[in-house]
Design a protein around this ligand. Structure first.
Ligand SMILES: Cc1cc2nc3c(=O)[nH]c(=O)nc-3n(C[C@H](O)[C@H](O)[C@H](O)COP(=O)(O)O)c2cc1C
Length: 302
């Protein structure tokens, strides 16, 4: 089935789109959904979605992840409150994807096999990939039933609370939440950098500056943020903390010249604040160790 779509201004370029098959259409038309109908997802449908996701590729076919399926209104409300994102509570199903080496460790014990996966960065890295690959298959499988979804990464800022709420034992570490539900309204797909920017032929190549600028300008064509005194003061402070007075001066001069805060200034200066993000590093390692993951410590064989 090929179809033609017209994207609305501010979301994606208004070129008409033709798709060679329904899967490509599903993938290219997807958008995060945060506005859900009260309608439940039938157990049979959810079962198909979960089975399809679990069939994803996984390093060594080890499946070192678990999914905590949350449908209880009380638990969803707690998650929503903790993450300060109300749509989590309104989604009929919330899925928490976790790295899970506990199950494999127990299996290893049953078979009298040696086990060090929680002490290995390599294993950690692959298991994170496995969890996310499964989550994304579930997103797509859900979309094939007309079910919308939205990831929530905020769980990473709430590891102890999430572990307590959902009783995650040692060896299990939360990665991301995926909220599922039938969309009340269907959002327009968001503009993305295209394959001309993201895909490199045969070897990595930096785009020339002007091309890079065009690509980001096209992606953020609809972005507008008034330079209020509060925003400017915050931007100035973050720039100063990261790049000293020269960066702060340059950032404010740019705002003055263009009359607006640039999208990258917003992303890294006001939203994912560049001076704050790395400060969480040590805390994350602490939380990881509490959950039984000590891969960043020097390994000592017994
Ligand atoms: C790892 C990850 C974490 C995310 N966390 C949140 C979140 O906490 N809250 C939210 O509303 N959206 C969250 N999102 C959704 C993104 O905001 C969304 O994917 C992005 O803006 C692009 O929009 P699109 O999904 O409609 O293409 C997250 C997405 C990913 C992949």
């Amino acid at each position: 089935m090929a179809s033609k779509k017209r994207a609305k201004p501010g979301k994606r370029p208004t070129t008409s789109r033709r798709y060679p098959n329904p899967t490509i259409e599903l993938l290219c038309e997807r958008a995060s959904v945060r506005d859900f109908k009260a309608k439940k997802i039938p157990a049979r449908v959810l079962g198909h979605i979960l089975e399809a996701g679990i069939h994803s590729a996984t390093g060594g076919n080890l499946q070192p992840y678990s999914i905590v399926k949350v449908e209880s209104p009380a638990t969803k409300a707690k998650l929503a409150e903790m993450c300060t994102q109300a749509f989590i509570g309104r989604a009929p199903v919330d899925l928490l994807f976790c790295i899970d080496w506990r199950r494999n460790e127990r299996w290893a014990r049953l078979d009298a096999a040696p086990f060090t996966a929680t002490q290995s960065f390599r294993h950690f890295w692959i298991s994170m990939q496995d969890a996310v690959i499964c989550a994304q298959s579930i997103e797509t499988a859900a979309a094939s039933f007309g079910i919308g979804s939205c990831y929530v990464g905020t769980v990473l800022d709430l590891v102890p609370k999430v572990r307590r709420l959902l009783r995650l034992p040692r060896g299990v570490f939360p990665v991301v939440l995926l909220c599922l539900g039938y969309p009340k309204t269907r959002p327009e797909p968001r503009a993305k950098l295209g394959s001309g920017t993201v895909v490199h032929d045969e070897r990595y190549r930096d785009l020339p500056g002007a091309e890079l600028r065009r690509a980001f300008d096209a992606k953020y064509a609809a972005f507008k943020l008034e330079p209020t005194p509060l925003f400017l003061e915050r931007l100035e402070r973050v720039c100063r903390n990261v790049g000293g007075a020269p960066l702060a001066r340059k950032a404010l001069a740019r705002v003055k010249r263009t009359g607006r805060i640039a999208p990258a200034q917003h992303r890294f200066g006001l939203h994912y604040v560049a001076d704050g993000m790395p400060l969480g590093n040590e805390r994350f390692l602490e939380l990881m160790e509490q959950a039984g993951f000590g891969w960043f410590r020097k390994y000592k064989a017994k």
